[in-house]
Design a protein around this ligand. Structure first.
Ligand code: GLN
Length: 197
């Protein structure tokens, strides 16, 4: 077994560097992924925040869409934050015309669900399986409006809105833990990867 895990960060657009920083701090090798060949030999993949419609479009232009869907289908552990969660969702509300997702998590997400004056905010919330609270930054974030039978809510806002979900080796959060030095969700991704290696 290798001494460290190789974790890709989809690097088409969005906050790639912040995720790479967290992964490196956890002792993993962070690999920016821009071409299909770079998916080979990964132990896990992060889909960063950014603009889901742009990442979707670029993933098709760069020939990454089908290889990523295949990787998800074969059980590669994948963690999506914000736009990354949207890309992992089976259904999206508020998508632009022609916008698609990779899918994999049996949820519906509503894009930009915290519109108006609270588009961006920080809060602390409880995440299942993580001790204490998680410092969470929401930036034009999606809300999980339906959790299907195969998925499980792992984080909920005080008002009841679902903002974190897990299904098999897939994890998604509406918020950005990587912006607050919070490493425990990435640690969970690495645990899923170790369980598979
Ligand atoms: N609003 C963005 C989208 O719909 C997501 C924002 C983010 O990733 N911080 O893709």
């Amino acid at each position: 077994m290798r001494s460290h895990l190789r974790v890709g960060v989809l690097a088409l657009q969005g906050d790639v560097r912040e995720h790479a920083g967290v992964l490196t701090a956890l002792g993993a090798e962070a690999i920016p992924v821009r071409r299909p060949e770079q998916l080979a030999g990964l132990d896990a993949l992060v889909l960063p925040g950014g603009e889901s419609s742009v990442i979707d479009k670029l993933s098709r232009i760069f020939g990454l869409r089908e290889p990523i869907r295949a990787a998800i289908a074969t059980g590669l552990p994948v963690y999506g934050t914000c736009a990354g969660l949207i890309l992992l969702a089976d259904e999206v509300e508020g998508a632009i015309t022609g916008q698609r997702t990779f899918g994999g998590i049996d949820v519906t997400v509503a894009r930009n669900a915290f519109g108006g004056q609270v588009e961006s905010f920080e809060t602390r919330l409880v995440v299942e399986g993580i001790e204490g609270e998680v410092e969470a930054t929401f930036i034009r974030a999606p809300l999980i409006t339906r959790v299907g039978d195969r998925a499980k809510a792992i984080a909920t806002l005080p008002g009841g809105g679902v903002v974190g979900v897990a299904q098999g080796s897939l994890l998604g959060t509406s918020f950005h833990p990587e912006m607050n030095g919070e490493v425990r969700l990435h640690e969970r991704l690495l645990e899923l990867a170790r369980a598979r290696v």
